[in-house]
Design a protein around this ligand. Sequence first.
Ligand SMILES: *Cc1c(COP(=O)(O)O)cnc(C)c1O
Length: 381
Amino acid sequence: MTGPVAKKDEPAMRVRYSPLGQQFAEVDEILADVRELVASGDFTLGKPVAEFEAMFAALIGTRHAIGVGSGTDALKLSLKALDIGPQDEVITCANTFCATAGAINEVGARPVFIDCDDTFCMDVDRLEAAITPRTKALMPVHLTGEVADMPRIMEIAEAHGLPVVEDGCQSLLGELDGRKVGSWGIAAGFSMHPLKIINVWGDAGIVVTGDDEMNRKLRLLRNHGLKSRDEMEILGYNSRLDSVQAVVGKWVLRRAEDIVEKRIANAAYYDAAFREVPEVRLPPRRNRTRNVYLLYMIFAEDRDRLYQYCLNHGVEAKIHYPIPLYQQEALSHLGYGAGDFPVTDRHARETISFPVDQHLRRAEQDYVIETVRDFYSGKRS
Ligand SMILES: *Cc1c(COP(=O)(O)O)cnc(C)c1O
């Protein structure tokens, strides 16, 4: 026999989950900008941060954008700017990423969870019942690239006089009724962590707000509460957006719209194929929203075995998240118990995520689809 022989048990293809290796293939362009920064010595705040903030505010269409150290800090500092602290409750979702609850905890407040629906966002029908005299803010999460029902959430928030801080970390450029994530609440936090829609070379986050006083407070809070070099107006934090990351961020942000368009096209391609697989169920696809698909997450019968089959066949699928946040050991003091949030629990059992990023090739998507089909046809026969 001539030519390479496929090793037995070696999958026909390997489809990686994360595209980080491909994202910065043109690194020399960015390094030239970094070299310029190094020569300027402008390492804290300064020009690149201001430029990145202006670009970000323009992209979302908000008055202000304030660069901070991480997405978690974007949420934490927003709550802090609203004077939320010990004894206060902040309502959020039982199925979110742990950082949402972490940010609420960091200001000393108590996260109060409500269940989600099959869009993976807050089930707004449950919101009103969760509001107590201690509730001081709402933190809806736009999970997976989807968009929470913000018009209804804002209506309830206004009726109760509660500020809303949107967790937009997973849904940059998501829209509902033509309005962008981040444009409803008094503030919204975004992340540029390597696994988000846009990513830099480490941790970074940004807050958007249309409120001048929030903007002023957030700028103080991220920089020790200093209003000038020598005057500290309030107690704050060291949570500046790193200037090097701002340089990288400017480069990536110009590509944000293209990145999102590719993800949406990839998701539509999967959707068309998976609609024909009876054991798979797609989440509702709503015309009102622009889902930006940070995660391509679907419901699958016999999920655990499908997941293992995918891994065995070279498809790096993921589960977001196998242990629901509200059941995590770190939050046991909140007093929630297994079964308190049945939709979240069902999602933990039934969902699976496949790569959907801008660098994914059609041949890789076809292989993912074929692998899922093969798993179920093997079971049927
Ligand atoms: C990633 C993420 C965060 C936190 O962002 P970091 O930049 O990692 O701190 C917060 N909320 C959600 C929903 C996230 O996915």
